[in-house]
Design a protein around this ligand. Structure first.
Ligand code: BTN
Length: 325
């Protein structure tokens, strides 16, 4: 039986809620033999699903899986195009690198690459991104948007506000976006986003949007030098989050928000970004290769640059600089 049939099978069983459904009914609905159904139920059990089977009544799903893999992510995932293809690995150097490799080979728009651990996770400006622990969500999405390359920088802001929307809704925490694209809770880093693009002058071939979210790590799970600067959803709420549920919620909300953004433009994204901006109207220290000064954070431009105001009330646009937050 193919993975698709298996997906259909688990979907049917989940929709039955507490009702039993007979092996015969399942075999009729899926056009496979009863033996195939039985074999597949056994495979699903190995994936962490729990069933009750009663002679003459059939099967009933009693607990969904909390094991992460390609099929458990797909089961119950309510999306049209995002995550139709999922590449799941226990361990990779970097989901970002794997996503680039797959995209070069023609992977479809909406392909999701995720891993339990990354041993060479990358952050912006080629910095390391610590993600060798299975407590986090490490994920890269392959997107093939029909937008000009200059607009890609908006996508980064779009991803930040979308993640904030989902995570605030589910966890009830207040999350800030630190320019350009870190998510912060209570002054500590929760998540990082990395947008990379393969493009020609006028067209984007593909984007790889990577994000890493600290979910269930404890303080000791971070290297010593990061322990005071980093946090996780679990540490903030003193709760062990269901990563599978979070992944599905993120993908569902991402797809809706993405379609909406492409149809209706950037204004809504920018407004949300500003509502969550870290240190908006507060003073920060800026060091560019040319100068160092203090300035007040005022907002962002439509291409995602930071607007600050110096002590002479002059406004400046910052594209990349070292900022002492
Ligand atoms: C940053 O903090 O500078 C951005 C971090 C981006 C991390 C994600 S985790 C999934 C994907 N794979 C990587 O190697 N990096 C991104």
């Amino acid at each position: 039986m193919t993975t698709n049939k298996r997906h259909e099978l688990i979907t049917i069983l989940a929709e039955q809620e507490n009702q039993y459904i007979s092996g015969q009914a399942l075999s009729d609905m899926l056009h496979v033999s009863r033996t195939a159904i039985w074999k597949h139920i056994n495979e699903l059990k190995k994936d962490g699903y729990q069933f009750e089977s009663v002679p003459n009544k059939g099967y009933r799903l009693i607990a969904k899986s909390n094991i992460l893999n390609e099929s458990t992510i797909k089961w119950g995932l309510n999306t049209n195009w995002l995550g139709q293809a999922i590449e799941y690995r226990k361990e990779v150097p970097s989901t970002q690198d794997l996503a680039h490799e797959l995209a070069r080979k023609g992977a479809a728009h909406g392909t999701v690459v995720t891993a339990e651990r990354q041993v060479a996770g990358r952050g912006r400006m080629d910095r390391r991104f610590v993600s060798d622990h299975d407590g986090g969500i490490w994920m890269s999405l392959i997107l093939r948007p029909n937008i000009p390359p200059y607009q890609a920088s908006q996508m980064t802001l779009f991803v930040a506000v979308t993640l904030v929307d989902v995570l605030e809704r589910i966890t009830n925490q207040s999350i800030k976006i630190k320019w350009p694209n870190d998510l912060f809770i209570n002054g500590k880093k929760l998540a990082g986003i990395l947008t990379e693009m393969q493009a020609e002058l006028e067209t984007i071939q593909y984007l790889v949007i990577g994000f890493g979210i600290n979910v269930n790590q404890g303080k000791q799970d971070f290297p010593k030098d990061l322990q005071e600067k980093t946090t996780s959803l679990g540490m903030e709420a003193d709760y062990k989050w269901d990563k599978l549920m979070l992944i599905q919620e993120i993908l569902q909300e991402f797809e809706l928000a993405y379609d909406h953004y492409l149809q209706s433009g950037f204004a809504n994204v920018k407004e949300k970004w500003l509502k969550h901006a870290y240190k908006l109207n507060e003073t920060i220290q800026i060091a560019t290769p040319k100068e160092e000064y203090t300035a007040i954070v005022k907002g962002i431009t439509d291409d995602g640059a930071l607007i600050v105001e110096n002590s002479e009330q002059e406004r400046k646009t910052i594209y990349s600089a070292e900022i002492k937050w």
